[in-house]
Design a protein around this ligand. Structure first.
Ligand code: 4AZ
Length: 247
């Protein structure tokens, strides 16, 4: 996250940290006790994406410190990437998590689920939301942030977002754009898969998944997020189906 401030996991208790063989890979969000929502491109860029190689942490405020009092650790029982993922379109994935004793996430002050937005909810351009993650603090940085960060960003209309030719070509109906005031805050490399949350009627809803952007916090180059309201049905089906098929 570029700009914004350091925070603790208690203010973003759905934040998930996904590791691939001990290396930090992506962020994610806990949407129900057994399911973490993230981005498909976290795995599709990898030729050998295997659920067995993944570890998911909840309740983590610092990426390289073990905080056994607050964190919960999981293996991945099932990885569901979107079948129609292409060039960042449909950049959404689901991970079914399993703890050492076979259980899922336990609610604590540092671990909690985030709400999915009700079907067809639309927030107006300019609406203030927030992003969080362990991603780079600037595009020039060569390391991820050691401490969890969060920042405010404002939603942007797709018309405005498409002003840049690159964005005009890439932007689909399944994406939403957001940027900081004066382009000072943004998601960056390493924040992928993590949450864009917006407060509506006194509750926090997951409206976006960090997906892509041209650089980080660059003028006229907004951050692009997977538009969660287009996936209510897909998420419901995939998480429910998995209850029957058990695998
Ligand atoms: C990345 O490389 C990335 N500024 C994520 C988000 C943004 C840019 C790059 C948005 O994962």
């Amino acid at each position: 996250v570029v700009g914004g401030s350091f925070t603790t996991v208690e203010s973003q208790p759905w934040i998930s940290a996904i590791f691939k063989k001990k290396r930090f890979l992506c962020g994610g969000s806990l949407i129900s006790p057994c399911w973490v929502l993230t981005a498909t491109h976290c795995f599709s860029d990898e030729i050998d994406a295997k659920a067995e190689d993944l570890t998911v942490f909840l309740g983590k405020s610092a990426i390289n410190d073990t905080d056994s009092e607050r964190e919960q650790k999981f293996t991945v029982e099932k990885m569901i990437i979107h079948p129609k993922y292409n060039n960042f379109n449909n950049d959404i994935a689901l991970l079914k998590i399993r703890g050492a004793e076979g259980g899922c996430a336990v609610k604590t002050p540092s671990v909690r689920t985030v709400c999915l937005p009700p079907l067809h909810t639309q927030l107006p351009p300019g609406f203030k939301c927030s992003i969080a993650g362990f991603g780079k603090e600037s595009s020039e940085s060569w390391q991820y942030s050691q401490i969890l960060k969060q920042a405010d960003v404002n939603l942007m209309s797709s018309t405005e977002c498409k002003r840049e030719p690159n964005y005009q070509r890439m932007l689909t109906e399944n994406m939403l754009c957001a940027a900081g005031p004066d382009w000072s805050t943004d998601s960056c490399q390493g924040d992928s898969g993590g949450p864009l949350v917006c407060e509506a009627s006194g509750r926090m809803f997951l409206f976006g998944v960090v997906s892509w952007g041209d650089g980080c916090a660059s003028k006229d180059m907004p951050g692009v997020y997977t538009k969660l309201t287009n996936y209510n049905k897909w998420i419901a089906e995939e998480t429910a189906l998995s209850e029957y098929t058990k695998g």
